[in-house]
Write a protein that binds this ligand. Structure first.
Ligand SMILES: [Zn+2]
Length: 217
């Protein structure tokens, strides 16, 4: 079976694993862990208080990062997510981020999507990240709320409230007083992470930071 780079499609040479050395070097990184007031953090200002808001790669449409994310999500490549998690872990090793968190929690996937895909791309990324940083991963701390049929009968304000209750923490004792690093595959508007972070903070987390594979400007 020919082995090729998941980002640029060129053939891999001996020693390369899923991503070629050239891509490893050339794909633009955000270096957001070095700047607390980075462009990702700015997406959450005035919405939810986050300890950190960081991402590994800069996301650009139709670029190599999009290719990576596409393969991770739709080409049955959970090991790619784990590999990227490990790479990011090595970048964050020894930084303040490593010593700031007790627990890594991935954004949960819809049940139907999880069944179809077989894995949660954020959870595999989380496992690689946790492995290198030696931080425990809990991939069931957050759950997506099931839509109820009563939603249509609710008032506008109740419906609005419901939007923010997409995520629940089924066992608050698992996150209580913990400093949680919440992880997702890509950050665009940040609204999903905002909802998750709020659910975690409402359940007694000490603090929440967010990290993703990639972030869009
Ligand atoms: Zn490549």
């Amino acid at each position: 079976m020919p082995k090729y780079c998941m980002a640029c499609n060129n053939s891999l040479v001996k020693g390369e694993e899923m991503i070629c050395l050239k891509c490893d070097y050339e794909i633009p990184k955000t270096a957001s862990h070095l700047d607390k007031t980075n462009f990702i953090a700015a997406k959450f200002y005035g919405k939810v208080h986050l300890q950190d808001a960081i991402a590994f790669y800069k996301f650009t449409k139709s670029g190599r990062v999009q290719q990576l994310l596409h393969r991770l999500k739709y080409h049955n490549k959970p090991e790619l997510g784990k590999l990227i998690g490990r790479k990011y872990g090595h970048e964050l090793m020894g930084t303040e981020v490593q010593s700031t968190y007790d627990l890594i929690v991935p954004v949960p996937l819809h049940k139907t999507k999880l069944r179809r895909r077989g894995y949660n791309q954020s959870a595999v990324f989380a496992s690689g990240l946790g492995e290198v940083l030696e931080i425990l991963v809990n991939d069931h701390a957050l759950r997506r709320n099931v839509k109820t049929s009563t939603q249509t009968r609710k008032s506008r304000i109740e419906r609005w409230k419901n939007v923010d209750n997409i995520f629940v923490v089924p066992k608050p004792e698992e996150v209580k007083e913990k400093r949680v690093l919440l992880v997702d595959d890509v950050i665009t508007t940040g609204s999903t992470l905002e909802s998750c972070a709020r659910a975690l903070l409402d359940s007694g987390c000490k603090s929440v930071g967010v990290a993703a594979i990639a972030a869009a400007k």
